[in-house]
Design a protein around this ligand. Structure first.
Ligand code: SF4
Length: 321
């Protein structure tokens, strides 16, 4: 009995809830998933190979940390999205499965490890994202730039897409990342402005719009991209307004996907948007002038990012031909 109790104490001491900041929230039971949300189980050899490359280089991926539903499909093709600057975030967004807390110090070897893993994955296009690092003076801007430079050096033909935090109250951080010349600069709005206080409380909608606009001002040749989730309780007109705001900031590529609830303590899924509605949103977005739109229940910022980048380049070339 004593041994059993001792064991129990150890278990209680070492099991930290993943989201202590959300423990007080009431449970929000998830409605049953419709048939169109079903995904492939992660069992392939490609999946195992991708997992090994990540582990061997001590790297995190947003595919795992965010519990992405596409991981079986993507990792089979060695499409993984690096999550740099640790796996602990300084924000606590109501939709996100990444851990919240005080992150560890940056790993100066991380840029080299990301570059090495990129070479091993052998991809033509790679996506790098990060946790929010409000604890760092530059929000991690210089580290992002170092990762971009390391990938360029090791894999000169690989195109690079970054999905950055908002660098709120980090003057100069954005400029450092843009100066490192990623091919695509992505920053997700995530939702409509009326839901920011509940869904993305640490962020400011117009700051995020301005960030994207600023990228284009600094480097008009850089592709810009942003995404939102639907099913969080937004109104259709608000989604159309977000499209207009993004076009005002000259954003090229819009992604729209279904929000899925990571745990009962996260924001509720208010509804599952039907595939036809996603297609309708894509048609409207194209009519508003986006060069490229990905809109479907399982669309995520980095899903099919390589193929979509090729289409994005082709769309720009066709427009200015
Ligand atoms: S969609 Fe993006 S985050 Fe999800 S598994 Fe694919 S690469 Fe990873």
């Amino acid at each position: 009995m004593a041994a059993y109790l001792a064991h129990m104490v150890v278990v209680l001491d070492t099991t930290r809830p993943r989201h202590p900041e959300k423990a007080h929230r009431p449970d929000a039971p998830a409605p049953p998933k419709p048939a169109w949300i079903r995904v492939k189980a992660p069992v392939s050899k490609g999946y195992a190979d991708t997992a090994r490359i990540m582990r061997d280089n001590g790297l995190h991926t947003v595919c795992e940390e965010a519990g992405c539903p596409n991981i079986g499909e993507c990792w089979e093709k060695k499409h993984a999205t690096f999550l740099i600057m640790g796996d602990v975030c300084t924000r606590a967004c109501a939709f996100c499965n990444v851990k919240t807390g005080l992150p560890a110090a940056l790993d100066p070897q991380e840029p080299a490890h990301v570059a090495e893993a990129t070479a091993k994955l052998g991809l033509a296009h790679i996506v790098v994202t990060s946790v929010d690092r409000d604890d760092l003076a530059d929000g991690g801007g210089a580290h992002f730039a170092a990762v971009i430079r390391a990938i360029r050096e090791r894999c000169p033909t690989t195109t690079i897409e970054v999905l950055t935090p908002d660098f709120l109250r980090k003057p100069g951080a954005l400029e450092v990342v843009v100066a490192a010349k990623p091919d695509v600069f992505n920053h997700n709005l995530e939702t409509v402005p009326s839901l920011y206080l509940t869904v993305r409380p640490g962020a400011r909608y117009f700051h995020s719009i301005r960030l994207l606009q600023r990228v284009k001002e600094i480097d008009p040749s850089m592709f810009t991209k942003s995404g939102i989730m639907v099913g969080l309780g937004e109104e259709r007109n608000e989604v159309l307004q977000v499209m207009d705001d993004l076009r005002s900031a000259d954003v090229d590529f819009l992604t729209i996907g279904q929000y899925l609830q990571p745990t009962r303590k996260h924001h509720a899924v208010e509804r599952f948007v039907e595939p036809q509605e996603f297609e309708g949103l894509a048609r409207i977005a194209y009519a508003k002038g986006f060069l490229m739109v990905a809109s479907s229940p399982l669309t995520r910022s980095s899903h099919h990012a390589g193929e979509d980048f090729a289409k994005l380049r082709a769309a720009r070339a066709a427009k200015y031909r």
